[in-house]
Design a protein around this ligand. Structure first.
Ligand SMILES: Cc1ncc(COP(=O)(O)O)c(C=O)c1O
Length: 397
């Protein structure tokens, strides 16, 4: 079949590949220790579900304005102002079909052939493919494990050329959990302003940060608005991955372009999901610290557990719900388990039924991503299996 060059430039998300392989095993009755999915294992809070049910009962089931219902756009900017200190108006907000869709729209309206987009690595899997689909070139800037994988302004500035249009920063990060501290974020903003490039800040995990970090948005900085594009999502903060609601905060002209592309593609996000999101933005946030406290316990368990495995090092993630161990010692020398983390992750699934995502998916060979959005019991079971595998006990069995 003759497909377009643009579709041939991208691949199916590697996280989806892992999730599908794990699902196939589970369907055969295999007990998989699943560290694959990047989604909260908590249910959507009741008050949000009730708002959606009420929306259905009140027949709010028709098309809405393309960029989202006005009360939701107003509630999002009010929430962002209250929680993160920005100063947007409803006209500077578009509601999209999840944060991924927000990023896709923004890249499609700003990036074209020949443009460069700077990505600190390890990066979220979808960024490079979205950039390539739009005709742009991802320019990778490696962060260092010693810096906790935090993006640095100086390294970003070095990578800027006359073709650079945008820098994408994701803090807390998927896959590393790295948090860019306030001071460094402001330096990155200053670099973007100096070189007239956009700073896209992906805040999907903004409220899942561990002490001493606090939720932070670079959009709270004075005079940031003309260079910053905020990507937000209901998915993680409110355990709403399936509802598909995200948003973009940006200058009005850019929001108008986002609404234009949306008007010719998805139209509005689902009306019912928008009413659920409205409740998320206006209602109680009491479930958020409850989830965070649980993630904090799991984080301790998994990082400490991984650190007991020979040849494995692991930083403390500052936020999100991912551990990102370095297993490169197991890829070297005469006793190497495999040549790559992709091979290791296949072996882990086959031999000890552990599902996780190889670092190559995030531009970080030598690492693995484990989502700890799963129970302590399952974390313990997974750690036992990983320990068996990496100490070669499995091979001997
Ligand atoms: C860093 C990051 N950005 C954006 C998204 C998109 O989330 P959604 O499309 O569910 O809002 C995700 C989801 O995993 C993510 O990890």
């Amino acid at each position: 079949m003759q497909l377009t060059n643009r579709i041939n430039r991208i691949q199916v998300s590697p996280t989806a590949v892992v999730i599908n392989a794990a699902e196939q095993l589970k369907a055969k009755g295999v007990d998989v220790a699943d560290f694959g999915p990047g989604e909260p294992d908590f249910p959507t809070p009741d008050h949000i579900k009730k708002a959606a049910i009420q929306a259905i009962e009140e027949n709010r089931t028709k098309y809405t304005p393309t960029g989202g219902i006005t009360p939701l756009r107003e509630a999002i900017v009010a929430w962002h102002n209250r929680e993160l200190g920005s100063g947007y108006t409803a006209k500077e907000c578009a509601v999209n079909v999840g944060g991924k869709h927000s990023i896709f729209n923004v890249v499609c309206v700003l990036i074209q052939n020949g443009d460069e987009v700077i990505l600190p690595a390890p990066y979220w899997v979808s960024y490079p493919d979205i950039i390539k689909y739009a005709g742009g070139t991802p320019v990778i800037v490696h962060t260092r494990q010693e810096d906790g994988f935090s993006a640095k302004a100086a390294a970003i500035e070095k990578a800027i050329t006359s073709k650079t249009k945008m820098v994408m920063v994701n803090s807390p990060s998927n896959p590393t959990g790295a948090v860019v501290d306030e001071e460094e974020y402001l330096k990155i903003l200053a670099v973007c302003k100096k070189h007239n490039v956009w700073l896209m800040t992906d805040e999907c995990y903004s409220h899942f940060v561990y002490e001493p970090h606090k939720p932070f948005s670079v959009a709270s900085a004075k005079d940031s608005k003309d260079r910053v594009i905020v990507i937000g999502s209901m998915s993680k903060t409110f355990a709403m991955t399936g509802w598909r609601v995200g948003y973009t905060l940006a200058p009005e002209a850019l929001i108008q372009a986002v609404i234009k592309i949306q008007s010719q593609s998805t139209s509005n996000p689902t009306s019912i999901a928008q009413y659920a999101a409205l409740e998320a933005m206006r209602g109680s946030m009491e479930t958020v610290p409850v989830m965070l406290a649980e993630y904090a316990k799991r984080r301790k368990r998994i990082v400490e557990g991984l650190r007991t495995i020979p040849g494995v090092t692991c930083e403390w993630p500052g936020g999100a719900f991912y551990a990102f161990p370095n297993i490169s010692a197991h890829l070297k020398g005469p006793n190497a388990l495999a040549q790559s983390c992709t091979e290791i992750s296949q072996q882990l699934l086959e031999k000890v039924h552990v599902a996780l995502v190889p670092g190559e998916a995030f531009g970080a060979p030598g690492y693995l991503r484990l989502s700890y959005a799963t129970s302590i019991e399952r974390i313990d079971e997974g750690l036992r299996r990983l320990s068996r595998f990496f100490t070669r006990a499995e091979a001997a069995a």
